[in-house]
Ligand binder design. Structure first.
Ligand SMILES: [Zn+2]
Length: 114
């Protein structure tokens, strides 16, 4: 797999600082595993605490929402855990960039499932 130097298209969801922190988390292996769920995908991101990122897809498999259990996301922000999760998905899903290129602007922040 070739490593892209340019920011991925979905990077536009995040501030530069948050994106960098998310990338750092991803590179340090804090986001490891993608688990398929009924709603889409679930990624646990380790840090001082563990937070859970959920990525929601619609019936056609398009990404439509994302949530994280951290306080920053609860306030309605795209957080570093989401960025780390997206980096992981980008690395593991061959069509992630292409799909996200078409729908990233529509991805809403949702309330985490409890
Ligand atoms: Zn978070």
């Amino acid at each position: 797999m070739t490593k892209k130097e340019n920011n991925p298209v979905w990077a536009g969801l995040f501030t530069r600082t948050i994106l960098q922190r998310g990338k750092d988390y991803y590179q340090k292996g804090k986001a490891k595993k993608i688990v398929g769920t009924k709603e889409g995908y679930s990624i646990t991101v380790r840090g001082s605490r563990n937070y859970k990122v959920e990525v929601y897809t619609d019936e056609h498999g398009w990404y439509e929402g994302v949530s994280c259990t951290c306080p920053y996301a609860q306030e309605g922000n795209y957080c570093k855990h989401m960025a780390a999760a997206f980096y992981l998905m980008d690395a593991q899903f061959v069509d992630f960039s292409e799909m996200m290129g078409k729908c990233w602007k529509k991805i809403r922040i949702m309330k985490p499932l409890l």
